[in-house]
Unconditional design. Structure first.
Length: 500
């Protein structure tokens, strides 16, 4: 697919995201021959850099070397600006006009907001005042990082603010989870294989679990995280987006609107949480100090920037239902947490057991469901678990694995999420970006949990750093002998005792 020449304008360019993710992603796209012939990158920020000193900064941050990177940096420029100053936006407009005329980028601009969220309404408004949102002399696109609001009302207000300046078709609300190769492969697995789609419904699936575990704590983000928590940081966006891809109906085509229409229907079908019995659907946890590999690890309340009496959750587990024809009665379980035994994100489809469990004793467990595990990260791939008779007399049945790993494709290198999402934006493909109505639907679903948290009523359970969360969560999944899968870094291994 050919790309239009364009300028990528990064607001907040002196921040961490630019050097750590955006610039390396653009460089890798250049090396792969995916960028247009005439592309430029203009960093915008408060810091007093010029073109040369900004390039030197990026060189130190990315630690890339070689002629390719030197050539790439020649396409990177910098404009010092106060992002809240109208006068500085006039200077920015002049700089864009100059770059556009000199390098013939055809007036196509991507505005990437790698800034604090409080500027998400300010920057579009000031761009609009100068006419930089108009598409009469080239296309204009606006990329917005999460968090998109902090609750339902703030998300609605932010949508109103931005849509008064840009059209929905110009907006790209980024969720980097959707850029991962294995996330996109969910669609191919479901809709490209006749052996799976007929089973993908309430008649054959017992329950679905989605896990996004992190082995790290809050690190240097204690101040931000204490005002956010696991619910807003992970559930509202990443985990509900994964749920939508698992549960959506087949789209009429691979057109971005067709796919996003189907994911929206999933969000609109989420059964509202019972405000009177939220404790049956929601578990909150917070990691406490423990000893891991002989070293004392801090508890959450001991982290820098965290209130010593904080009730912010670092672990969240939710049970919910999707009220439609395909999924009626099938429980979905999602969980996320920090300071868990390993870093892993995966989806587990638990198929129903046979009507009559002939080999129940042979399995040695009540849970002899067949499972499909879709591993998002790390050790990306797909795993099927099923029963096999072991050689010898009698029926000694063991659980067997059949797996595919992306690492087995030695000639193929997985692109980073930001590479894929930036390239899609350049192409004008918004499939993997969240739409405004979908964002609001997700906030609407978890708003009862936010309200409950504010009330101070819900109990928060402690769990030792390095464990799989509160003990109460072990019995969260209903059903005889059912519990969470405890994954390891290796796709085919699972167990309670995975290494950090």
């Amino acid at each position: 697919m050919t790309s239009d020449n364009c300028i990528l304008v990064i607001f907040g360019a002196s921040g961490d995201l630019t050097g750590r993710k955006l610039i390396p992603a653009m460089f890798d796209l250049m090396k792969g021959g995916h960028l247009p012939d005439r592309y430029k990158i203009l960093g915008v920020g408060r810091s007093q850099y010029n073109d040369q000193t900004f390039r030197e900064k990026l060189n130190l941050e990315t630690q890339e070397e070689g002629d390719d990177y030197s050539l790439f940096l020649e396409n990177v420029f910098y404009q010092s600006a106060d992002t809240a100053s109208e006068d500085d936006y006039r200077k920015l407009e002049e700089r864009l006009t100059e770059l556009n005329r000199k390098y013939k980028t055809e007036g196509n601009y991507i505005f990437y907001l790698a800034t604090p969220p409080q500027l998400y309404s300010v920057i579009p408004r000031l761009l609009c005042q100068l006419g930089l949102s108009k598409e009469d002399k080239g296309w204009r696109r606006l990329v917005i990082e999460k968090p998109f609001g902090v609750d339902l009302e703030s998300a609605r207000q932010l949508n109103r603010d931005i849509l008064s300046c840009f059209k929905e078709s110009q907006l790209y609300r980024i969720d980097h989870y959707l850029g991962k190769e294995t996330v996109q492969n969910i669609l191919v697995t479901r809709f490209g294989n006749g052996i799976f789609e007929p089973l993908w419904n309430r008649n054959f699936i017992d329950h679905v679990e989605i896990t996004a575990a992190e082995s790290l704590g809050v690190e240097k983000r204690g101040g931000y995280y204490d005002s956010s928590g696991a619910l807003k940081d992970m559930v509202q966006n990443h985990l509900l987006q994964l749920t939508a891809l698992v549960a959506m109906e087949p789209p009429a085509s691979l057109d971005s609107d067709a796919i996003r229409n189907e994911t929206l229907k999933v969000f609109q079908s989420l059964k509202p949480l019972d405000r009177e019995n939220l404790n049956k659907h929601y578990i909150r946890g917070q990691y406490t100090s423990s000893k891991i590999k002989g070293e004392i690890v801090k508890g959450y309340r001991e982290e820098n920037g965290v209130d010593r009496e904080s009730r912010t959750e670092t672990y969240a587990a939710i049970k919910f239902y999707i009220e439609n024809w395909r999924w009626g009665g099938v429980p979905f379980y999602i969980r996320t947490g920090k300071k868990l035994p390993t870093r892993v994100t995966e989806i587990v489809i638990h198929f129903k057991s046979t009507p009559h469990r002939l080999f129940k004793k042979a399995f040695g467990t009540m849970d002899n469901f067949n499972k499909m595990i879709i591993r998002i990260q790390p050790d990306e791939g797909i795993l099927l678990k099923f029963g096999m008779k072991m050689p010898g007399a009698g029926f000694n049945v063991k659980e067997a694995n059949m797996s595919f790993r992306y690492s087995e494709l030695s000639s193929v290198q997985l692109t980073s999420a930001y590479e894929r999402l930036l390239l899609d934006c350049i192409h004008g493909d918004s499939t993997l970006y969240a739409r405004g109505d979908a964002v609001e639907a997700c906030w609407e679903f978890i708003q009862p949990l936010i309200d409950e948290d504010k009330s101070g009523k819900p109990q928060i359970f402690g769990y030792p750093a390095g464990s799989w969360g509160p003990e109460h969560a072990d019995d969260f999944i209903e059903g005889e002998g059912c519990t969470w899968r405890y994954p390891c870094k290796n796709l085919t291994n699972d167990g309670l005792f995975c290494e950090l």
